[in-house]
Ligand binder design. Structure first.
Ligand SMILES: Nc1ncnc2c1ncn2[C@@H]1O[C@H](COP(=O)(O)OP(=O)(O)OP(=O)(O)O)[C@@H](O)[C@H]1O
Length: 306
């Protein structure tokens, strides 16, 4: 269903640089893929390029095919028809993604009206159905509320209702639980995976949390400094991680009862994408990390001993 090949994203402006390079991804209908990686590694930019939501300063090169149709270079109105309808996007922060003044019902209506020609009654029924699907049916009429009147968990549920409103085939969830406290995080993740199964959606989940990935996604792609450095079935990657960054991520998963263990730190940093050539090749590891220590790869505990 989705085939991404050699995707690059260039940031234009006074100091142009490549935020994403050589990204290859495929996704079959109903399949789930986690995109993991540290902050700034290019996860959101990759997902935004797929959904056609890149800000004006960023341009995509390479190929993104959805159902065999090439999206890069496609006229905007045609692309909206495909990506806007078939790809639902759940953003990190519902407060900045949703309109503060319009009611929930009005915002969902606008999403529906962009792609369907519904009567008033059909639209009202569909909004009620969507709110039911995300666990906001019954009791208080959420459709009449403004976003500021809702709790954080309810806002993210509204965001998910909007993302699935046009019956997409692919749902992209960009750290959907970041803005929530721990108890709500599980509920919202359960909702996302439940809807994925119920509606037969393909899922791209962006997260830092490998524990969530292991429960949720069949495949995982690890991003580092704008590139995919490791990809494969989740079980295989978690059992036998090859890239140093993946190994460190796995070691950082907290384990119950493990109170004395210090979390590992990575003794290398991601190259500065804006100033890539300033980093001499001999200060990089095979996988592109920039060495801070002369040794090839060193883990330190937080006290600094090796
Ligand atoms: N609108 C923009 N203008 C300029 N640079 C941008 C823009 N959006 C992202 N970038 C740059 O692109 C790179 C990748 O950012 P991206 O947001 O994709 O990272 P991420 O892996 O999603 O991080 P996080 O986990 O913190 O969300 C970063 O260097 C970032 O500064």
């Amino acid at each position: 269903m989705l085939e991404v090949g050699g995707l690059g994203v260039e940031v234009v402006g006074p100091e142009p640089f490549s935020a994403v390079r050589n990204v290859d991804l495929t996704l079959a209908p109903g399949e789930s893929l986690a995109l993991v990686g540290e902050s700034g590694s290019g996860k959101t930019v990759t997902a935004s390029a797929i959904a056609g939501l890149l800000p004006p300063a960023l341009t995509a090169t390479g190929s993104i095919r959805f159902d065999g149709k090439e999206l890069i270079g496609m006229p905007a109105h045609q692309r909206r028809e495909i990506a806007g309808r078939q790809i639902g996007f759940v953003f990190q922060e519902p407060m900045s993604a949703l309109h503060p003044i319009l009611t929930v019902g009005k915002q969902i209506s606008e999403a529906l009206d962009a792609h369907f020609d519904l009567s008033r009654a059909q639209r009202r029924d569909r909004i009620a159905e969507l709110l039911d699907l995300v666990g906001l049916g019954g009791g208080r009429d959420i459709a009449r509320c403004r976003i500021g009147q809702l709790s954080g968990g309810m806002r993210q549920r509204v965001m998910i209702a909007m993302a699935i409103s046009c019956r997409p085939r692919l749902l992209i969830a960009d750290e959907p639980t970041t803005a929530l406290d721990v108890t709500l995080q599980k509920q919202v993740m359960d909702l996302v995976t439940g809807l994925q199964r119920q509606l037969g959606l393909a899922l791209i989940l962006i997260t830092h949390d490998l524990a969530v990935v292991s429960e949720t996604c069949e495949r995982v792609a690890v991003m580092y400094a704008g590139e995919i450095v490791e990809t494969g079935p989740t079980r295989a990657i978690l059992r036998n991680p090859r890239h140093e960054y993946t190994q460190a991520l796995i070691e950082a998963i907290p384990r119950i009862g493990d109170t004395r263990r210090r979390l590992p730190t990575v003794a290398a940093t991601a190259p500065n994408l804006r100033d890539e050539r300033a980093v001499p090749a001999d200060r990089r590891t095979a996988s592109g990390l920039v060495r801070e220590a002369p040794e090839h790869w060193v883990r330190r505990d937080s006290a600094g001993s090796r």
